[in-house]
Design a protein around this ligand. Structure first.
Ligand SMILES: *Cc1c(COP(=O)(O)O)cnc(C)c1O
Length: 234
């Protein structure tokens, strides 16, 4: 497994580097977040051995288990899944980043529960750029007020915005949704926030997201392989 993860990782890094160069942005200006959800701690170990330091998890239980098992490694844990208010504490205690803040109540709990001994928790506001009714994320028009409220919380550091566009192969539509997130970040910065993170792009569309300004891409299956839900993977 570790050989195949290292190989897959090398090709993802190549795609990322090529996309970064194609948009005339400095080499290394787009970070890779390896999404290890559903994969075992050994897969994380293998990716770390191949040079990855930042990992994304969607489920609180998996975040807790893997961050405990791998506590000896200098890893950065990013929570990227939907977060219920009764599950914020372990995330506040273990994550370095949360990408999926979409309402103030969650942000307030994360701030209140962040241990004093840790640095502020880095967060992104998740924006529903597609307007799909079933989608997580704050509506585009409500995002500025939420971002300002989150930025004011003491134990959080608002770093930027995150989106999951609608699942479509229509690249023009996807590009427009990524661009909407970038424009929102530019507007918020013009209004006085200092945001440096656009978390957008996954295995299938990282080039498009980078072309529209992504600073971190969240890549799972292109590194670790296809996920099987409900069954632990070896
Ligand atoms: C699973 C997931 C990813 C990774 O998706 P891939 O298509 O496997 O790269 C990225 N972001 C979020 C929020 C996810 O849930």
């Amino acid at each position: 497994m570790s050989l195949s993860i290292a190989g897959a990782l090398a090709s993802v890094q190549q795609r990322l580097d090529a996309a970064t160069a194609a948009t005339r942005r400095p080499a290394g200006s787009v970070a890779l977040l390896a999404v290890s959800k559903t994969f075992p701690a050994d897969a994380v170990r293998a990716a770390h051995a191949a040079g990855v330091t930042a990992f994304g998890e969607n489920y609180v239980q998996e975040l807790v288990e893997k961050s405990t098992t791998l506590a000896e490694l200098p890893l950065e844990w990013h929570f990227i899944g939907p977060l219920q208010s009764n599950k914020t504490r372990p995330v506040a205690e273990r994550a370095d980043w949360v990408h999926t803040v979409d309402r103030l109540k969650i942000a307030e709990r994360l701030s209140a529960q962040r241990p004093a001994a840790l640095p502020p928790l880095n967060v992104c506001v998740q924006v529903n750029v597609s307007g799909e009714a079933t989608k997580s994320g704050v509506a585009l028009e409500d995002a500025p007020a939420l971002a300002r409220a989150v930025a004011a919380l003491p134990n959080l550091k608002l770093r930027g915005l995150m989106c999951i566009p609608e699942p479509t192969e229509d690249t023009a539509r996807l590009a427009e949704q990524f661009a909407a997130l970038r424009r929102l970040l530019e507007t918020l910065n013009a209004e006085g926030l200092a945001l440096d993170t656009l978390s957008m792009g996954m295995s299938a569309d990282l080039e498009l997201a980078i072309a529209e300004g992504a600073t971190v891409v969240r890549v799972g299956s292109a590194i670790f392989g296809a996920r099987v839900y409900g069954a632990p993977q070896a």
